[in-house]
Design a binder for this molecule. Structure first.
Ligand code: DAH
Length: 448
């Protein structure tokens, strides 16, 4: 899992290349990975109300961006999400969601029973059903548009935390984001009276590009509340009791997924749990982080109607585990509709090893430019993905220097590769030409 909010160290490392980002400009008109989707009516009234408070700029005309994109809308969990009213607002400087991201909303790979992510989700459901018959409420259709409060404040993410930046999170406007973790739903579900729940959903993060990072991925959140009578006879305090229960249950889950493996617990930090842990397993000759978890901060329980209770919570990244369990070498494959990929998986069959249908060679193109103060690698990756879509496999900084005048140059190597076919030289040259133009225009850098 790519932990959202963990140690300061983890964020500081990445912060070196990003600083606090300026907002990216409007997304490019060509979104190669744009998927045709059904047309729906505009968003639900309650959701519209939430957005309307902050919606100050009239959407651009349909002609400016093409009819199909302008008319698009999807429905998630009964909420209608309209592209330009609710997600992509090209003229709104508080919006940084490109079309490539909108095109993923509503696809809900985790709800496809024959998809590796759906198979994994169902296998985890089976574990909880077997061990806690009927106790855990399951949610896998909650709307990914959430308020800043839900995503950050409700789970005690500090106001100056880097994960709140425009560089890391997709903002629809100043108050609304595409959730960057399923923890965003903890508080509302607690308030609704749930005490045992699993939340699975698509989550969104601005990030770099490589074989294990994709701006949309899937998480599952688990949450379990205990009342005082449950631990009073144990001789332990509530926190120790919840931590012991948590570890027992998650070790069982890891065995359910991976068989008899060695495991270890690593202390860590999350704003919403204390103590906090990561579970690692020894798998294929290496320690693999499986999930993050901990005992929920009292403040969260207190604010949401469960004073004097304790709770545990965990969060895991489905792609991360599915890549290992199914031998899937590239995270982009999860989004493939190619039969040679999809036909290899079937309901209930966890761990069937993926057989690559053929390996197409990557093609590398370098580009160098003088960066400016606002430059961040995440912004660069967003622009490249906007042009090349899923044909871009990796964007890697290969050279970096500052001249006597204090100007800093970066050289990035872009790897283009399709998972499904050979790319022609002409196609790649065109992509690279368009990428260069877009990088120059949108990031205002000086190409070298
Ligand atoms: N929300 C965390 C992330 O995205 C994952 C997580 C860690 C969830 C610990 C939890 C938890 O509920 O207790 O990185």
């Amino acid at each position: 899992m790519r932990p959202l909010i963990r140690t300061a160290r983890c964020w500081l490392l990445r912060a070196r290349v990003r600083a606090m980002a300026t907002l990216p400009t409007a997304p490019p008109a060509t979104a190669i990975s744009f998927t045709t989707r059904p047309l729906y009516t505009p968003s639900s009234r309650s959701h519209r109300r939430l957005l309307a408070r902050f919606f100050s700029v009239a959407p651009a005309s349909a002609g400016a961006r093409g009819l199909r994109a302008a008319a698009s809308a999807v429905e998630v969990g009964g909420v209608k999400i309209a592209r330009e009213v609710d997600v992509v607002k090209e003229d709104d400087l508080t919006n940084n969601v490109p079309d490539t991201i909108f095109s993923k909303i509503g696809l809900q790979l985790h709800r496809r029973d024959n998809h590796p992510l759906g198979i994994l989700k169902n296998t985890i459901y089976n574990y909880f059903d077997k061990n806690f018959t009927g106790q855990f409420d399951k949610f896998d259709d909650l709307c990914p548009l959430v308020s800043v409060k839900q995503n950050f404040d409700d789970v005690l993410v500090p106001s100056d935390h880097v994960s709140r930046s425009y560089n890391d999170t997709y903002y629809v406007d100043g108050q609304t984001v595409l959730r960057c973790h399923t923890s965003a739903h903890q508080a509302e579900l607690l308030r609704d009276g749930h005490t045992h729940f699993l939340v699975t959903g698509d989550v969104y993060r601005r990030d770099s590009i490589d074989s294990t990072h994709y701006p949309v991925f899937h998480q599952m959140e688990g949450f379990r509340v205990f009342s005082p009578d449950e631990w009073s006879g144990s001789g332990m305090d509530g926190t120790a009791y919840a931590a012991a229960e948590l570890k027992k249950i998650l070790e069982g889950l890891a065995r359910h997924l991976f068989g008899a493996v060695d495991m270890r617990w690593v202390d860590t930090y999350f704003p919403f749990t204390n103590p906090s842990f990561e579970l690692e397993i020894y798998f294929q000759d290496d320690w693999l982080e499986v999930l993050g978890c901990g005992v929920t901060e009292q403040e969260i329980l207190k604010r949401n109607g469960r004073r004097d209770h304790v709770a545990w919570a965990f969060g895991l990244g489905l792609e991360r585990l599915a890549m290992v369990l199914f031998d899937i070498p590239d995270i982009r494959l999860f989004w493939s509709n190619d039969k040679r990929f999809t036909s290899q998986f079937s309901q209930g069959k966890l761990g069937v090893k993926f057989k690559p249908f053929s390996k197409f060679p990557p093609c590398y193109k370098d580009m160098s430019f003088w960066i400016n103060d606002a430059f961040t690698e995440n912004n660069l990756c967003e622009v490249v993905r906007g042009i090349a879509g899923d044909l871009v496999e990796e964007v890697k900084l290969i050279d970096n220097f500052t001249n006597k005048k204090g100007m800093t140059s970066h050289c990035y190597r872009i790897a283009y590769r399709s998972m499904e076919r050979s790319l022609t030289d002409e196609e790649i040259n065109n992509l690279q030409l368009n990428v260069r133009e877009a990088v120059k225009d949108k990031l205002k850098v000086e190409l070298r």
